[in-house]
Each structure stands twice: as structure tokens, then as C-alpha cells.
Design a protein around this ligand. Structure first.
Ligand SMILES: Nc1ncnc2c1ncn2[C@@H]1O[C@H](COP(=O)(O)OP(=O)(O)OP(=O)(O)O)[C@@H](O)[C@H]1O
Ligand SMILES: [Mg+2]
Length: 216
């Protein structure tokens, strides 16, 4: 059965696209036919993953990436029906824009999980509560909402404190190599598989995927 995993945050620059690319890569590595759907008009995932760079137009349909089993779709939510995509893919990872509109909330209602990447800060719980409120107001929260700390840097006292107060939140460590993957489109698991961040993506994905397998 196809499982849709949405990556959503109302804030820009929190690491949505990085999370989406790396989790989709983990899903494909685990042998699932996977689609990464770039729903953000800023085209972050498309820019990073696409072989159709250099100004060539991106096709309006799913196309293969350099990773076996991982396709990319760059199209707005209203452009494609999940039912159709579900015939070809076992895992669909959504890289969402911060704005919620009717077609995105419809997709959220079909999601098995909504991951919310968050900056590490003392306000993290309050910001998550705000996200919950927005999704509830849009009647978009049928799936469990899973916060994820991104770019966590234990050298910073403020980060150590925030992490210590929310120990159950998964955490992706800050990794210089994430920046280095920009432009190559490679997931961290490919270029630095033993790095703490690559391991964190892998363990986050296996936790999420276990939940997906347990769905009724
Ligand atoms: N774990 C990490 N370690 C280091 N840098 C990271 C990490 N995750 C993300 N970044 C960097 O943070 C910046 C923002 O990340 P990303 O593009 O994934 O966020 P986004 O939420 O998709 O942003 P946008 O709102 O522009 O779409 C990028 O420069 C990215 O390389
Ligand atoms: Mg992005």
C-alpha cells in the first residue's frame, strides 16, 4: 500500500527540502519505489535533484533521478491525483511550501505522517503547537504530526538546552556536508554514509517507515 509522508513547516529555511531528499533517498535504498514530489514553487528539491538542470525545462510528469527507485515530480498539488501516482509508487514524500491551500490540505488528509522540521530553539514546542493549530484550522491533520529538530549543534549551549527539554524529538545534526551536496543532488547517505547526519536520516526514516508498515 502506498504511504504518503508530508514534510511541512510554515517557516522557510528550516531544512524541509534537505529532509525530504534524504528521507526519500532512504526509502528508495530500502527498496521502495519512491516519488519525491516537489510542491514548493521555489523548486528547491527539483534544483538539487534534477538532471534537467542547466535551463532545460523540467518535465510535467515524474522522471527518474540519479538514484535507482527514486523519481521526482515537480508539479503543483492540483496537477496530479494521488490515486494515479499510487499505482506506481510505494512511498511518496512531499516537499511542501509553507503556504497551506485547499489542494495541499487535501493531500495532507491522505498522508500517513506529517513531519515538521524545526530549528532548535527554546520556542520549539510553542512553534509546533502553532503548526498543530494551523493544520487543525484547515482540517488537515488526520495523520500524526512528528516534529524533527534540524541542524542541531551540540556545541551551542542554547541547542543543548532545547534538546534536553524535548528529548523525544528526533534530531538531525548540523553537517557541513549537507551544503556540499547542494548542486550534486546526492543524499548524504550516498556521499558520507557514516556521518552522524546520514545516520540520523536513516534512523529517522526507519522509525517513520515502521509506523507506516503498522498502519491499519
Ligand atoms: N542538517 C543540516 N546541516 C547543515 N546544513 C543544513 C542541514 N539541513 C539543512 N541545511 C541547510 O540549510 C539551508 C536550508 O535548508 P533547506 O533548503 O533544506 O530548507 P527549506 O526549509 O527547504 O528552505 P526553503 O524555505 O528555502 O525551501 C540550506 O542551505 C541547507 O543546505
Ligand atoms: Mg525547500
Amino acid at each position: 500500500m502506498t504511504a504518503v509522508v508530508a514534510i511541512y513547516s510554515p517557516e522557510r529555511g528550516v531544512g524541509r527540502t534537505t529532509l525530504a531528499i534524504n528521507l526519500a533517498w532512504c526509502a528508495a535504498q530500502a527498496g521502495h519505489r519512491t516519488l519525491l514530489w516537489d510542491l514548493d514553487p521555489n523548486g528547491g528539491a527539483t534544483r538539487l535533484l534534477s538532471r534537467h538542470s542547466g535551463g532545460a525545462p523540467v518535465p510535467p510528469a515524474p522522471f527518474p533521478t540519479q538514484t535507482d527507485g527514486l523519481d521526482l515530480l515537480a508539479a503543483p498539488a492540483e496537477g496530479w491525483h494521488l490515486q494515479l501516482l499510487s499505482t506506481s509508487y510505494e512511498r511518496i514524500v512531499l516537499d511542501c511550501a509553507p503556504e497551506l491551500d485547499a489542494s495541499i490540505t487535501r493531500l495532507f488528509r491522505s498522508a500517513a505522517a506529517i513531519l515538521v522540521p524545526m530549528n532548535v530553539s527554546a520556542d520549539a514546542q510553542a512553534l509546533l503547537d502553532d503548526v498543530v493549530g494551523r493544520l487543525d484550522a484547515a482540517k488537515a491533520r488526520k495523520a500524526p504530526l512528528l516534529p524533527v529538530f534540524t541542524k542541531a549543534d551540540r556545541r551551542r549551549a542554547s541547542h543543548r538546552e532545547a534538546i534536553a527539554s524535548l528529548t523525544e524529538w528526533p534530531m538531525i545534526p548540523y553537517a557541513g556536508a549537507v551544503g556540499a551536496t547542494s548542486g550534486t543532488g546526492a543524499a548524504l547517505g550516498k556521499i558520507a554514509p557514516r556521518s552522524p547526519a546520514a545516520r540520523a536520516f536513516a534512523s529517522l526514516w526507519s522509525g517513520v517507515d515502521r509506523r507506516l508498515e503498522r498502519r491499519p
